[in-house]
Design a binder for this molecule. Sequence first.
Ligand code: FES
Length: 122
Amino acid sequence: MASWITICDTCKREDWAERGASESDGARLAALVEPLAKGAGIPTRRVSCLMGCTHGCNVAIQASGKLAYTLGRFEPVEEAAEAIVAYAALHAKTETGQVPFRQWPQGVKGHFVTRHPPLPET
Ligand code: FES
């Protein structure tokens, strides 16, 4: 089962208005994540708001039957996109969704916000 990266494309970091940016930070991050994920065979989607607006940019890593995670506080930069995609690739390889800490890409450390256990099978 593939692990998906869901990217909030409406996130705006605190200084967004001061920077006078025309595009949201989330959209900029999504544009960086999408080609990297495509190259790695990881599906992505954009959503408008993951309800973590005070600590954007936010993404979620999910796969059916596995632990799901939301991660935030990313800047819309290449290094963040690379770390997100690398983490999603590791998540995809696990049975449970739990990637051992020693394997975490440096760029995701300190960015975990929530963890959701999978729903029980009925
Ligand atoms: S706008 Fe991105 S989490 Fe709300």
